[in-house]
Design a protein around this ligand. Structure first.
Ligand SMILES: Cc1cc2nc3c(=O)[nH]c(=O)nc-3n(C[C@H](O)[C@H](O)[C@H](O)COP(=O)(O)OP(=O)(O)OC[C@H]3O[C@@H](n4cnc5c(N)ncnc54)[C@H](O)[C@@H]3O)c2cc1C
Length: 461
């Protein structure tokens, strides 16, 4: 019989680390699982191992994670890096989490589960996005953080804080940025003005953001008002074509990094049956969570970017309140917790989500990104084009799940993570329905590819 944990946390980012610190402080038996080689999550990836040169390039926000990381490493909890969660299901004792570790599948049992598995970059289906030579800005940053790998020259294209941050980090590391093509629609700046009031409640963040934007505009070839980007080249990317004020331009390059903001990774919550709601403002599906990360499923919480994109500090607070709520749910510990801390956390979390409205409104993705057409590949795994999807959507198919059966879109190795959102947009456009009515792809195990041999050898649940 497997050991039964009191609290299993998936993700050792700011949210997962904070929750684990609180729960283990109270004496609960806690296990933290993460697919990365070391704790820190996306923002503090490899922080414990980074040398001074790397830390200097990555900037002060990166290094600011050191105290949290140190507290997590000192916490009395089990931490298992390099494990990939591929399945979770309800169990008589709570939940069973199946992971791949060193090529073998093993399972853990827990009474309570926290999903703090973070965000992913918004999938972008533009012509040529699947060619060698195209990657996401996040992937570029992962190479920089985990292996100090840098390109010599790159074109950055898209919109959002992470793109600007990467430009800054690449500049600091001496990478030549041929151009930054900013696809933020000019109208977004006007629509964001009322949200300045919200942004002013976090003045340091606001100032940092403005400074970051300003510096890039001065220091690198910065082209704003860009739309309709496509990657050109036969076998490999050889350039980018884009439009500014109705005029089409080409830039030669053999490495393009795309970015259009972040969306929550909801697949684990979906697998467990958590209802999803469409957030029109953030243009993504979200798991419905309560103030302390609670979900409609008993014993299941979601915290940090996995619930709603909010950034590292907010994720840390959400993790902390989720951990405290878990502790409070253990009756014998209820009296020890300080209600004032809970109240303060709830207030800060609400306020920071409100302040985040400025970033969400400013960087809301341009409408043309949700309208891939022609032979643009939408489902990369199964090579299904936008026109094939639209043709089926036009026949009146019920939604993305029926469309999946007809076209195989969403049925490949990524299980729809890279195409699900765009399939939804295409169905919504073709059938003139709001996205909130086009349900997301149903998630089925495995969450990530697993070999038959590994499946056959897996330990009993
Ligand atoms: C590629 C990328 C780069 C980013 N870089 C920055 C940055 O430099 N600065 C910044 O301010 N913000 C950055 N962000 C935003 C960042 O997500 C948040 O600011 C913050 O890290 C959120 O914390 P979190 O704890 O909610 O999630 P995360 O920090 O994302 O942590 C989630 C953890 O879950 C683990 N995980 C996910 N799926 C599985 C699985 N199936 N099995 C096991 N483990 C799993 C991941 O390895 C990760 O460590 C980045 C986001 C992305 C996607």
């Amino acid at each position: 019989m497997n050991k039964i944990y009191d609290y299993l946390v998936i993700g050792a980012g700011p949210a997962g680390m904070s929750a684990a610190i609180e729960a283990s402080k109270a004496g609960l038996c806690v296990l933290v699982l993460d697919q990365a080689a070391s704790a820190g999550g996306q923002i503090y990836r490899n922080l414990g191992q980074a040398g001074s040169k790397q830390a200097k390039v990555l900037g002060p926000d990166y290094v600011s994670g050191k105290p949290l990381l140190a507290r997590f490493m000192a916490a009395k909890c089990d931490y298992q890096p390099l494990v990939q969660v591929w399945h979770i299901e309800a169990h008589e004792k709570g939940f069973v989490v199946a992971v791949l570790v060193s090529g073998e599948s093993i399972t853990y049992v827990t009474s309570h589960l926290l999903l703090a598995n973070g965000a992913m970059e918004r999938p972008i289906a533009i012509a040529g996005w699947d060619k060698p030579g195209v990657m996401t800005a996040g992937a570029g940053q992962i190479l920089l953080k985990s292996s100090a790998l840098l390109p010599k020259q790159v074109v950055l294209a898209g919109s959002g804080p992470l793109l600007l941050l990467l430009a800054q980090q690449y500049r600091a590391a001496g990478v030549t940025i041929t151009a930054l093509l900013d696809t933020t629609p000019k109208s977004n700046y006007w629509y964001a003005i009322p949200w300045l009031v919200a942004g002013l409640t976090t003045p340091t963040q606001l100032f940092k953001g403005l400074w970051l934007t300003l510096v890039q505009r001065i220091k690198i070839p910065y082209i704003s008002g860009v739309s309709h980007i496509e990657v050109i080249g036969k076998e490999h990317a050889s350039g980018v074509r884009y439009t500014v004020s109705g005029k089409v331009y080409d830039i030669a390059c053999n490495l393009i990094m795309l970015h259009q903001g972040l969306i929550p990774q909801t697949q684990m919550a979906q697998l467990l049956g958590c209802p999803q709601v469409w957030n029109d403002f953030k243009q993504c599906w979200q798991t419905q969570v309560g103030a302390a990360g609670q979900t409609p499923i008993d014993g299941l919480q979601v915290a940090g970017d996995a619930g709603a994109i909010g950034g590292a500090y907010l994720a840390q607070l959400e993790g902390r309140i989720a951990g405290l709520a878990r502790v409070n749910s253990a009756a014998e510990l209820r009296s020890r917790r300080n209600k004032l801390v809970n109240l303060w956390l709830r207030f800060r979390i609400k306020q920071l989500h409100w302040a985040r409205g400025l970033i969400d409104r400013l960087y809301q993705p341009a409408a043309w990104l949700s309208e891939p057409s022609g032979d643009t590949v939408v489902c990369r795994c199964e090579q299904v084009s936008a026109e094939a999807i639209t043709a089926i959507a036009n026949t009146g198919c019920a939604g993305v799940n029926q469309l999946k059966s007809f076209t195989r879109a969403g049925m490949g190795a990524c299980q729809g993570r890279q195409c699900g959102l765009n399939l939804g947009y295409l169905v919504a456009h073709a059938q003139q329905r709001p996205m909130s009515e086009v349900e997301p792809l149903t998630v089925r195990p495995p969450l990530s590819p697993i070999c038959l041999g590994q499946l056959a050898r897996r330990s009993e649940l």
